[in-house]
Design a protein around this ligand. Structure first.
Ligand code: M6R
Length: 610
């Protein structure tokens, strides 16, 4: 999704803005632009394509402005052209603006503005905001003009605004799209996400919904939309800039796959008391009374996080005996779900900014349900809306394809299931101890799985040209069939489908011939024999089998064309191990096909629009 950066400083801001924009590239974009003010006029450029295209055009231009805005655009209204890229300007070219999000009522506003004589240069919804502010600026000072314009807008958005004749003021606003303020020494910043700010400061203020900010070099003023000033002490970011860098890996995705032992270990460390071999969830204390009264769980999420929810359903039902439904957030929000104060709505999101998941949490709150977020980004929108949040500690995930966030989500939801099982007395202390001891071995086992990387690379080389893949699994590993297929589609642009293995004979088996690969997750489990039968059915039709099995298990050797093994663990925890070969397979296929890996076409890291 679009990325906003802004800076006001005692030094020239162009290099700051470019550096910050590069750190937002992971969000996905198709054009970029930049504007500064120098000697009373705007200096700007914007270009379709990658940031380096913009940089090439900036070479030789001597811009030394001390205030500026930058933007990466992910097209929603109008294709990725130079005209549609941000910044956008008012007719009188006194106002420059960058925007993330969607203005829902832009057509009616545009008609009005055209009637008042405004001329538009782009097809975007964004441009109307610049013209609207221009109208209000005729009678008002800059901040009030922006305020009044915002009140006419419907939708979800974050803005950065500059006035040519006020080079000492940068204005930001947040209405349902993220915006973070960075506090520096004699310089201040805004950005859509923290990694953009880290080279310059670790002191940040996460703007709340419906807040605005005025930045001067030496002052930051946060207020509500009516201008009432709010005291917002800054938070210090504890993670380092290197967490948001590749550290020698060719791609963030590969780095993040290899960070999984650490991500799972850190997340486990926050919720497990090693000495007592039990789970502890201090963050749930404020909602404990309500939690004890729940009689039903609905998990809601999108994409990979939804797959984590599907695994969570098996574990929660097994360990707590509560009924659990899992709903894709975009369906949940427009459905008419039966919710009450005894329903726990568990929202899972890496970014905490996914528009559909956020809307689902709001809807659940409105119906009086208890909302709990599982999230990776501290202070993100979903964490503010949910009644309580438990965090995954995966560290920043930059690659669009979610990997370490997924295994951290699995970690947390499994630990939560154990915790609730104990709280509801549906599992014994002994089983908790046994499970926790087993859980603590997982990081080492993930390390062992990562050692199969070269084998998986060879397997990818063998099947790189297959146009279609099937992924199958059962029970706890059924969601990983979806996840493996999603990873492959997303980064290698190869069509893939995930299926419950038992469903093959109800239709998909018709696809199988000697050119068609099926990735079968067939580790030791209660459904192992069933999986072997399903694999046999495919083999009997000459299908190609890539199997994920348990170390030492020979049952599938004679059926599989390629076997990748993972260490033994309980069926319930096995998805944390079996997903890793699937991530690596997708990665190597995509590399071999020359795909861009970290920023797949048409996709964005945080999906902040519907
Ligand atoms: O930030 P979220 O976890 O809410 O994101 C949800 C999905 O957009 C995300 O998991 C998406 O499916 C990934 N690109 C998958 O790799």
């Amino acid at each position: 999704m679009c990325g906003i950066v802004g800076a006001i400083s005692q030094r020239p801001v162009r290099p700051i803005l470019l550096e910050a924009l590069r750190r937002l590239e992971y969000r996905g974009y198709d054009s970029s632009g930049l504007v500064t003010i120098q000697n009373g006029s705007f200096q700007w450029d914007k270009r379709p394509g990658k940031i380096r295209v913009l940089e090439d055009h900036l070479k030789g231009k001597n811009w030394n402005g001390h205030i500026g805005l930058g933007h990466t655009r992910w097209a929603t209204h109008g294709p990725p052209t130079r005209d549609n890229a941000h910044p956008h300007f008012s007719c009188d070219e006194k106002i420059a603006l960058v925007h993330n999000g969607i203005i829902e009522n832009y057509e009616s506003l545009k008609e009005n503005l055209i009637r008042r004589g405004h001329q538009f240069r782009s097809e975007t919804d964004t441009e109307i905001i610049a013209h609207l502010i221009e109208e209000h600026a005729k009678k008002n000072k800059p901040f009030v003009a922006v305020q009044k314009a915002i009140k006419e807008l419907e939708g979800s958005f974050a803005l950065g605004v500059m006035f040519r004749d006020h080079p000492d003021l940068l204005i930001g606003a947040r209405l349902n799209s993220p915006l973070v303020v960075g506090i520096g020494r004699n310089e201040n910043f805004i950005a859509s996400d923290v990694p953009a700010l880290l080279p310059f400061t670790k002191k940040v203020i996460y703007l709340n919904e419906n807040e605005m900010v005025q930045l001067q070099r030496d002052r930051v003023t946060v207020s509500d939309l009516n201008g009432r000033v709010k005291r917002r002490p800054p938070t210090t970011i504890t993670w380092d800039i290197t967490s948001a860098e590749k550290e020698g890996y060719p791609h963030f995705m590969l780095k993040e796959i290899f960070e999984q032992p650490r991500a799972v270990k850190t997340t486990t460390g926050y919720y497990v008391n090693r000495k007592k071999s039990c789970t502890e969830f201090a963050a749930l204390k404020p909602v404990l009374k309500k939690l004890n009264k729940i009689n039903r769980v609905i998990i809601t999420a999108c994409g990979t996080a939804w797959h984590a929810g599907l695994v969570g359903k098996y574990a929660l039902e097994e360990l707590t005996r509560l009924p659990v439904d899992v709903a894709i957030a975009s369906e949940f929000r427009y459905g008419n779900p039966v919710l009450n104060k005894n329903t726990l709505v568990l929202a899972i999101s890496q970014s905490g900014e996914t528009a559909d998941t956020l809307a689902a949490v709001r809807q659940a709150n409105e119906h009086g349900a208890l909302t709990l977020a599982i999230c990776n980004v501290v202070g993100s929108s979903i964490t503010r809306e949910a009644k309580a949040t438990i965090y995954t500690y995966a560290g920043p995930e930059i690659s669009v394809a979610s990997t370490k966030a997924y295994t951290s989500q699995l970690t947390l939801i499994l630990l939560l299931a154990i915790y609730l099982g104990r709280a509801r007395k549906t599992i014994t202390k002994q089983s908790e101890t046994k499970m926790i001891r087993e859980f603590l071995t997982l990081p080492k086992k993930i390390e062992a799985v990562l050692k199969t990387d070269q084998l998986i690379d060879k397997c990818a080389a063998q099947y790189r040209d297959a146009p279609n893949f099937m992924y199958i699994g059962r029970r706890y590993n059924f969601p990983n069939a979806y996840e493996g297929a999603l990873k492959l589609k997303e980064i290698s642009y190869t069509h893939a489908e995930g299926y419950g293995a038992g469903e093959m004979k109800h239709g998909p088996l018709a696809l199988v011939d000697n050119t068609f690969p099926t990735v079968a997750i067939a580790v030791q489990s209660s459904v192992h024999e069933k999986m072997v039968s399903n694999i046999q059915e495919i083999k009997a039709r000459s299908g190609i089998i890539i199997a994920i099995t348990t170390e030492g298990d020979k049952a599938i050797d004679h059926l599989a064309d390629c076997i990748i093994t993972v260490p033994e663990t309980s069926e319930m925890f096995s998805p944390i191990l079996t997903v890793i070969p699937l991530q690596l397979l997708a990665y190597h296929m995509a590399v071999k096909k020359g795909c861009p890996i970290d920023q797949p076409r048409n996709l964005a890291k945080s999906v902040t629009v519907e």
